[in-house]
Design a protein around this ligand. Structure first.
Ligand code: SF4
Length: 470
């Protein structure tokens, strides 16, 4: 659709969305700009309802930026634990609030430039706060709903949120920037849904190009009546895992940005279709919500170490999106047992009573399998379906980062990925695979102390490899 045509369609799109959603606003509870900032940080990968339950007592206890900045880390982590990824979120809140105190006298600034200079605050979060708390049209909030609906309508062909926003800003009147986001979120949430858009019921069907919608005819299987309560609902800015579990919005913003080119490529769409079909017909591991856990627990800008695995565990209840790691309560498999033996020999760490490696991931050890899903009890059943292309792009993105990374490549399969890494800028540590088949060579490789030595040489904090008992 040419730019002029987009401009012609847009006023009508806006008029209809406003009529359908006259009270559109975000669903997080807040009273001050600081509270909205904190709530928005907590809302990543969490429902707004849960965030609201957490922030009620949180905002009573921590009343200003200084109290958040000075919060006892363990206490703050405990307070935000129900929102998930609580260590990262607690650190993000403390870091942002420390910057607010140091640079802005404890106030939340009112410009995009100052907002995005705060640690961990990207454009989407800044736009939410500036738009909703201050009524400042700093830009257009582009979450996954806004991005998807804009693309389908033909308003943009871009994939990266910041490019979509730039395009929307160009074609929207500034007086519409603030209202556009919430109205589009509602439309995407209840009508133009990721998997089954209800085109037959859609108020925009005669002005929509339905770009990328597989069955572009109206009246398809997704055409159940739209939820009658939709008009009265308040939209949630999409940082929740409620949409398509294979959607890019499942990733933290930093990864969405780093990998945005991948999501627009045909192979990724085919991969999404393949995994959805597999899930419909077979049991697939890990569960949908866990597929991207390696990315969620180690945002792009916080990855210090990348450990590459091959394929998720294929037995019941083991896999949860981190290579080598198993869910709590599940007996560690042989390779992991060998890793713990080597860890004890290497650094004297006590062997934990579990194989849940989340504490490593939360310190920036990205535990990435090359293939992120598998059919139950059929190892390697999802190989060569597109995951390798996606995870290779992940490795390349880390390789392209200025900030160096320690790459841990165990076994021949992982070591082949070494060709994606520039050893002049990063540290590449190779060892045998800890599987019983090659454990003899793995033992004595002392990979954990080697990682810490490399991190210290980079001026970074070493990893605390000791896992707590559960
Ligand atoms: S017509 Fe279909 S694709 Fe277009 S906005 Fe409506 S639901 Fe979405």
């Amino acid at each position: 659709m040419a730019g002029s045509k987009r401009s012609e369609v847009l006023p009508e799109v806006l008029r209809r969305l406003r009529e359908a959603h006259p009270d559109a606003r975000y669903e997080l509870d807040w009273e001050t700009p600081l509270q909205l900032l904190v709530a928005t940080i907590l809302a990543a990968q969490c429902t707004d309802e849960r965030v609201n339950a957490v922030t009620r007592p949180l905002f009573r206890k921590y009343r200003d930026a200084r109290s958040f900045a000075d919060a006892d880390p363990a206490e703050l982590e405990e307070a935000v634990r129900p929102t998930g990824f609580y260590k990262n979120k607690a650190r993000a809140i403390r870091d942002a609030c420390r910057a607010l105190v140091d640079r802005h006298g404890g106030d939340v600034p009112t410009s995009m430039d100052e907002m995005t200079r705060l640690p961990g605050v990207a454009r989407k979060t800044a736009n939410v706060v500036l738009n909703a708390a201050y009524g400042i049209p700093s830009g257009v909030v582009v979450d996954t709903h806004v991005a998807r609906v804009s693309r389908r309508l033909g308003l943009t062909a871009e994939a990266k949120p910041e490019r979509i926003e730039a395009e929307l800003i160009r074609i929207l009147d500034v007086s519409d920037w603030i209202a556009f986001g919430p109205a589009m979120v509602l439309h995407g949430r209840y009508t133009c849904t990721a998997r089954a858009p209800r085109c037959g019921q859609c108020i925009l069907k005669d002005v929509c190009e339905r770009i990328g919608v597989e069955d572009a005819s109206v009246g398809g299987p997704g055409d159940e009546p739209a939820r009658p309560a939709a008009r009265a609902r308040r939209p949630r800015i999409n940082h929740t895992p409620e949409g398509d579990p294979m959607s890019p919005d499942q990733l933290p913003e930093s990864w969405q940005s780093a990998l945005s080119d991948e999501f627009a490529k045909p192979y990724f769409r085919q991969l999404q279709g393949f995994v959805a079909k597999e899930r419909a017909e077979h049991q697939v591991f890990p569960p949908e919500a866990d597929v991207f856990n390696a990315y969620k627990l180690a945002p792009f800008d916080r990855v210090k170490v990348l450990l590459i695995g091959q394929d998720p565990y294929h037995d019941d209840n083991q896999a949860h999106g981190l290579c080598f790691s198993v869910r709590s309560g599940i007996k560690p498999p042989p390779s992991l047992v060998n890793m713990f033996k080597e860890l004890k020999a290497d650094l004297g760490c006590k062997v934990p009573n579990n194989g849940h490696l989340v504490p490593w991931a939360e310190q920036g050890v990205m535990l990435l399998n090359a293939v992120l899903t598998v059919r139950a009890h059929e190892p390697n059943s999802h190989k060569d379906r597109g995951w390798e292309t996606f995870t290779d792009a992940t490795i390349r993105a880390l390789n392209d980062r200025d900030d160096p990374v320690v790459f841990m490549l165990w076994g021949a399969y992982a070591q082949k990925k070494g060709k994606l890494v520039d050893p002049a800028r990063h540290t590449v540590l190779t060892a045998a695979h800890p599987s019983p088949l090659s454990a003899k060579k793995f033992f004595g490789s002392r990979p954990f102390s080697a990682v810490n030595a490399a991190l210290e040489a980079m001026g970074k904090e070493p990893i605390d490899w000791q896992l707590p008992d559960i």
